[in-house]
Write a protein that binds this ligand. Structure first.
Ligand code: NAP
Ligand code: MG
Length: 502
């Protein structure tokens, strides 16, 4: 395997954006971090510094929370109509769409993903999410409820519920889909009428900052969305622990998710929603159409370089077709064009960071040491940049870390099975439960397995199908709550029951 090195030149507008003195967005203004410190943003395709951003710490989080609180309690946002909220969100969607090419370029340079993929997936999905949520702003409704209080015979009441925004929300997002994760978080919060402090990932802060500029341009009042760049331990942790934050919404590792829950519990018992890791089973039944299942299995793991919380990282194949499927997925891996995201021919870019590359290679080494075999791949790739070979592992054992833990890289473990019952327990043998897939021509089997698999999303004869209207989230240690759909919106509101004696 080899890695391409050439990359297209950066457009003028993106080059201008990169050179800006990036600041924090607090109370409608771009400001330096209180410490005055900055940190580097690196292009993972070559390790070069492409920008620097402000290093926000707890003092900045504090300022941002105060701005969000003021905007929520008494700013113009607290008085605007639901329709106006919806219009602002829609306008933001239009602006992102207008700058689609620029966002695709920024994501590619900052995260490493192919620019062409960001242009057809990340950015349009973010646009669509904001549009979907814009529509909900005017449809957040309570109910009227007939009550019959037994100890007040003859009394008459009018009872109803109000669905109110939870308040100030802290949002902490990861680096795998930087713009899209910001959209998943901001869309429902804004539609519900909350105000936000968003902490973007240290590895990929740039699209969030560009989004901040468009939030300003769209006309959101000051303090409604505050954006802080910084590190997890020094900016994320104080946000999760802040006593004046009403809810924290987090996407990232299960390990940090547990810290978020602890921080919420130790302070003000703020609401917590979590979208965490996964180790998703992708199941090929004996009757599957292998012509679609094999490329489907390859794309389930190799899309976004395997840096997807729902990546199909455990591939279960009936023994009858095991060799054929493994060979097919390995062939697909061999033909993937690996290179910088900015090269138009690139199908797979680098891992997001050196740390992530090392983490993935560490898993590979531990699997190989424990007796697994790489049919293809198994190592880092190239001399510069953070590339890893697309890898197919076989001969794994259930207790190996490559089977139990989330690798978050282009590594799939293929496991044969004989008996359908054994398959279900093997597929569910995970602390995670984010997604699963089944490939079959048998409709009844598909529905039966969909019920038995412990996962928040089950795909049949497809993988990685996302829509703004479909709830997404985890069973077990893959999370609490749901992103997208009506369910996400509900998690940014709380119910008030009002009773009037007539
Ligand atoms: P992570 O540490 O969980 O980071 C996710 C977000 O949480 C980032 O914004 C991070 O900030 C922040 N954070 C880190 N420590 C924090 C703390 N103590 N309190 C509050 N916020 C904190 O994930 P990672 O280091 O980027 O990747 C590690 C592993 O997480 C991956 O290998 C993968 O298994 C998993 N992961 C899952 C997803 C997903 O979509 N479910 C996404 C990314 C990663 P910094 O970026 O500044 O550290
Ligand atoms: Mg990190």
């Amino acid at each position: 395997m080899s890695v391409m090195t050439e990359a297209a030149t950066i457009s003028e507008s993106t080059a201008r954006f990169l050179q800006q003195q990036h600041q924090l967005l607090i109370n409608g203004e771009w400001v330096d971090a209180a410490s005055g410190k900055r940190f580097d943003v690196v292009d993972p395709a070559n390790g070069e510094v492409i920008a620097t951003v402000a290093e926000g710490v707890s003092e900045d989080i504090d300022r941002a929370v105060r701005a969000a609180r003021a905007a929520f309690e008494s700013g113009p946002w607290s008085r605007i109509t639901a329709s106006e909220r919806g219009k602002l969100i829609w306008r933001l969607a239009d602006l992102i769409e207008h700058h689609l090419d620029e966002f695709a370029e920024i994501e590619s340079l900052d995260n490493g993903k192919p620019r062409a993929v960001a242009a057809v997936a990340d950015v349009p999905l973010a646009v669509d999410l904001f549009r979907y949520m814009a529509g909900w702003a005017t449809k957040i409704e309570g109910t009227t409820i007939p009550i019959s209080v037994p100890y007040m015979p003859g009394a008459e009441f009018h009872s109803y519920t109000l669905r109110e925004p939870v308040g100030v929300v802290g949002q902490i997002i990861p680096w795998n889909f930087p713009l899209l994760m910001a959209a998943w978080k901001l869309g429902p919060a804004l539609a519900a009428g909350c105000t936000v402090v968003l902490k973007v990932a240290e590895e990929t802060p740039l699209s969030g900052l560009r989004l901040g500029e468009l939030i300003q341009e769209a006309g959101f009042p000051p303090g409604v969305v505050n954006i802080v760049t910084g590190f997890g331990e020094t900016a994320g942790a104080p946000l999760a622990a802040h006593p004046d934050v009403d809810k924290v919404a987090f996407t990232g590792s299960t390990e940090v998710g547990k810290l978020i829950v602890k921080a919420a519990g130790d302070t003000n018992l703020k609401r917590v929603t979590l979208e965490l890791g996964g180790k998703s089973p992708n199941v090929i039944l004996p009757d599957a159409d292998l012509e679609s299942a094999i490329p489907g299995a390859a794309s389930a793991i190799f899309f976004n370089h395997g840096q997807c919380c729902c990546a199909g990282s455990r591939l279960f194949v009936h023994r009858n077709h095991f060799d054929q499927v493994v060979e097919g997925v390995a062939d697909a891996a061999r033909t993937i064009k690996v290179g910088p995201g900015m090269n138009p021919a690139t199908e797979m870019g680098p891992m997001v960071s050196k740390i992530q590359q090392e983490r993935v290679c560490g898993y590979l080494q531990s699997g190989l040491d424990a007796g697994a075999e790489a049919v293809v791949g198994g190592h880092r790739l190239g001399d510069s940049g953070f590339f890893v070979e697309p890898t197919v592992l076989v001969n794994t054992k259930p207790e190996m870390s490559v089977i139990q833990e989330e690798i978050f890289g282009p590594v799939v473990a293929a496991v044969p099975y004989d008996d359908p019952e054994e398959l279900v327990s093997a597929a569910n043998d995970s602390i995670y439960g984010l997604a699963a897939a089944v490939w079959t021509r048998d409709v009844s089997q598909a529905h039966k397995l969909a019920r038995k698999l412990q996962a928040g999303s089950v795909w049949v004869n497809c993988y990685n199908v996302f829509d703004a209207s479909l709830p997404f989230g985890g069973y077990k240690q893959s999370g609490w709550g749901r992103e997208m759909g009506h369910e996400a919106l509900e998690l940014y509101t709380q119910t008030k029951a009002v009773t009037v004696q007539l």
